[in-house]
Design a protein around this ligand. Sequence first.
Ligand SMILES: [Zn+2]
Length: 280
Amino acid sequence: MMSTDLYVLFQPFVLLVGLVIGSFLNVCIQRLPEDRSLIPNSACESCGTRIQAYDLIPVASYLLLRGKCRHCDAPIGGHLPLIEALTGLVSWLVFVKLIPDAAHLDIAHLAAWGVYFGFCSLLIVLSYVDIKHRIIPDQTSIYAIPFGFAAIVLLNQLGYDGWLAIGWRQSVLGALFAGGFFKAAAIIAKAMAGYDTLGLGDVKLVAMFGAFLGVFPGVIWVMMLGSILGSVVGIIATIVLRRRPWMPFGPALAAAAMFYVVYGDVVVQGFFPVLALWAV
Ligand SMILES: [Zn+2]
């Protein structure tokens, strides 16, 4: 009974944590492409006035200020509250997926929530930066790989055995296989198309996915779904916008990876029961 109350209380808490982390992701989105420090020292990007704590409440401050700086009226990007709301939602979705009821509310499962919510936070940052600047920051891809390995070892040590639980071998193999496979695919695609369709950024990205999701079915499934999604969106965008072909593989792969974290068990067990058995 006690733990059920605690479980109910935890849900608004993880939502709140998500909103606050979303605020920090906005700092990363702004500064990673410019190689600036990520230590938040909130000041208006336009007039440089220090922003007070009461104007830094996720989503609410944007609405109260009607999207403008309190001092100089410079518009505040509308993506800021959207990223905060999305991050809050993802935090809660990962929580209820990995900790489905009060009986699973323990240190091991909370650690798993931390790891996979952190993973999804990387996905949000890199998708936005890739769409805006056409680059995937190393901090959100290759530099995150050792953290993926360490996180998997930690979850093993804690005895985590729920959805997404993989061993360190799956993690290492996942990074090597996904990175190698995409590198080969990039070389073949360039030879056939004559220009880069898959960048080195995408190779580092799927290697990072492999470290967190394991080789099978995790990263293989994500590469399949992400590539199909990226190609379809890319072909439609190229036709509609009539510009040089651009395949948004980074964001599409990230969307597939996030979908896998939140709904992958349903898909794996529902559509590929044989694969699910094999993976165990
Ligand atoms: Zn200002």
